[in-house]
Design a protein around this ligand. Sequence first.
Ligand code: ADP
Ligand code: ASP
Ligand code: MG
Length: 417
Amino acid sequence: MRVFKFGGASVKDASSIKNVYDVLQKVGFDDVLLVVSAMGKTTNALEVVIKNYFDKSAELKASIQEVKKYHNQILLDLFEDEKHEVFTAVNRHFTDMEYFLGSNKSPNYNFVYDQIVGYGEIVSTSILSYYFNHSGIKNQWVDVRNLIKTDNTYRDAIVDWELTQKTISKNIKKSVLNITQGFLGSDENNFTTTLGREGSDYTAAIFAYCLNAESVTIWKDVPGVLNADPRYFENAVLLNQISYREAIELAFYGASVIHPKTLQPLQKKEIPLYVKSFVNPLLPGTSVSKGADLEPQTSCFIVKKNQLLISLSSIDFSFIMEENISAIFGLFHQYKIKVSLIQNTAISFSVCIEDKFNHFNELKAALSKKFKVTYNENVSLYTIRHFTDKAVQMVEKDKTVLVKQMSRETMQIITKE
Ligand code: ADP
Ligand code: ASP
Ligand code: MG
């Protein structure tokens, strides 16, 4: 079995969905499981709905309407017959979503978040499944929440591999084309959970692992894994083949073309990952597999924007030692703040962090009890794998360097633009 994952960009409008249909016709869909994300920027739009709901904003209705209108336009572009049952099916999902908001009593933001954002994937897969059945690609819509079981860490759920393995092996029929949702799972009470933003790549890997798939292909708007994000770097070049290790490193440092959690389950079973273009599906793209001889010869550049550089120094000139450092990391963990670089001297300790869940103010207050806290907002963290002098000069050009750190293979530079 092959697992294919189509992300938001590949299903952002009717012509993109028709393109997915063409891709399947070209590369075949026998014994395939399709994992699909929410359409275009739907998850962001649903995040606005959730914010409006909690803020009790007058914009709540309008923000829901916007999401509905966007999907309705896609339906009108895909189906000539406005009486087709897909219209009712999609409408029913949105009615369920509104019913949830109308009756919800939980003040837990993350819980409500997962119950609402999940509709992005539920709706997108319904539309795709109906459209493909209508156009001759017979398929089975599968609710991933019955298969991927997780704990109840809403917005960042941890997979229960044993249960997930059981439900997937029992319920996935290999003889049909299955279409299911990326990003979602469910907890022991069957409430929707999500695996972290951009988590659909990871979903594909979970299925591949549990089904002992032959390969996973993630279809992207780029020709494959490049040596840099083409949005920020000119002349990025395609990496034809890389090892799991290199891919894990690139994804870990922030090459957003692959979700970092994707690689580990695949590597464990040596299932190859292909990153291919949905525009040119017959081109080979990038293959990620086992092998130390696959390292790229070129420098690879990764940039993470909008990071925070925090420096802590002890108020009484005492050293910042193991005990303090473990307490500091305890706080990062508590506030779900991701640390991407660490540097310490005798009495000061600097970290570059990403505050995905907006907890920085709480963290700052907690740290300020023991340390003098200074920080720079909005810094960029550049990582260069396989760096050369020329590569470093290119990154540093016209920027103020705040921190620079180097290991054998990797250079990291924090800059203020
Ligand atoms: P999806 O539609 O699956 O969500 P993403 O938008 O998450 O896809 O990933 C594709 C994007 O990743 C590209 O458009 C590109 O801007 C970005 N990207 C970041 N780093 C790289 C890289 N090293 N190679 C290719 N693309 C990259
Ligand atoms: N729709 C989710 C997101 O935008 C998951 C994904 O696309 O991978 O984060
Ligand atoms: Mg994405």
